[in-house]
Design a protein. Structure first.
Length: 210
């Protein structure tokens, strides 16, 4: 996966609590096992009104948030089912980081496996950022810079915050390592173990059908 080191992007607000994975991407979009094309289903039920027309109040339909790469939201984001399509859809749309006071555990870990940084900030800091977005000048849109190595977040209005992250997760994001690529870093040791096992216990490797 792509490393996450430093990222600067426009902030998009989703001022809702308990956003579950079925709201992030409804089940009708789960027929694929590919990670691309899923942005078409991202927040599909919220992007449109009952008559099928775009809801002008939703951030994805507002030109001022075009190209946003950082999502700002509220408590317990990503709750519900464990579908990995949820972070896939966010990443396919272009989101690189999500800022919230808390995340559902499985969703949080799925984000880390897809180079999507979930940043936990205190509620007061999240509120400050929402206030900054609301005071935003469309001619000079608010941008945020996230420095993962320093574990800092700063805005173009000089607000600065610090966040915590598990050192192992931080290392994997900085290096662009998911579970598979982390395992493959030990490929030579795995191969050596398999060679020893073939010598010491050859009967385990016999073809049962021969």
């Amino acid at each position: 996966m792509d490393p996450f080191t430093t990222h600067t992007g426009r902030l998009a607000p989703l001022d809702r609590v308990n956003v579950d994975t079925d709201q992030i991407i409804p089940k009708t979009y789960l027929k694929t096992v590919h990670r691309t094309g899923l942005k078409a289903g991202l927040f599909a039920d919220w992007r449109t009104r009952p008559d099928g027309t775009p809801d002008p109040e939703f951030f994805m339909n507002q030109p001022r948030f075009d190209g946003a790469t950082i999502l700002l939201t509220r408590d317990n984001f990503g709750c519900g089912s464990s579908r990995e399509h949820a972070p896939w859809a966010l990443a396919d749309y272009g989101i690189r980081a999500i800022l919230a006071p808390s995340f559902a555990d499985i969703f949080y870990n799925n984000c880390l496996q897809n180079s999507l940084l979930p940043v936990v900030l205190p509620g007061r800091d999240i509120q400050h950022l929402f206030d900054e977005v609301r005071a935003d000048d469309p001619a000079r849109p608010l941008h945020v810079t996230i420095d993962l190595a320093a574990q800092t977040l700063s805005t173009t209005r000089q607000a600065a915050f610090r966040f915590d992250i598990d050192p192992f997760h931080k290392h994997c994001l900085l290096e662009g390592l998911d579970t598979i690529s982390l395992t493959l870093r030990h490929e030579s040791e795995i191969a050596a173990y398999e060679d020893r096992a073939r010598r010491d216990t050859p009967w385990l490797f016999q073809d049962l059908h021969s």
